[in-house]
Design a protein around this ligand. Sequence first.
Ligand code: S3P
Length: 175
Amino acid sequence: MDKEKRIVLTGFMGVGKSTVARFLASLLKCEKIDLDAFTEQAERRTIAEIIHTEGEAHYRKIETENLRRVLSNNKAQIIALGGGAWTIEENRRLIKEQNFTTVWLESSFEHCWRNIRLSKRERPLAANKQQALRLFDERQRFYCLADWHFIIKPDLSSFEIARKIAEEIFSMKFN
Ligand code: S3P
């Protein structure tokens, strides 16, 4: 098993990055960091509050600063990004510099949208379906740049996705 590999999960809002990261960390018995949660803790306010009060451009600067801090924490082997982080060139450069393997959780827009709607978390950049769909389409070309692409079928649970990643990327064996 390739225990040394460190991975970053990316993909659109609602695809399940945080949950998959949690299961993956428990399968690999390693530490994970969720960039959104880390940012909210560091800033002592929610991402929605930051975006509403200071705008998206300022939020992206805060996000990059926190990504830098998360990447330099050598204990975290799995990092779940927020859906927009990988679309920023500087963030991709920082992630590559630290030799992380990037994994795109790829799924249909409808799947993500259903989860966005069901979730209690406010996502200011996906306030309505039209806005979310436009972002989804614009971002495919960035997500495509990830090292691995995992197609998320709606019938797969987050645990099953984490298991597949553990098998394929970390060569873990399950019976
Ligand atoms: C964003 C995604 C969110 C959060 C912020 C912006 C985006 O994270 O970082 O609301 O631009 O796609 P999730 O992907 O975890 O929802």
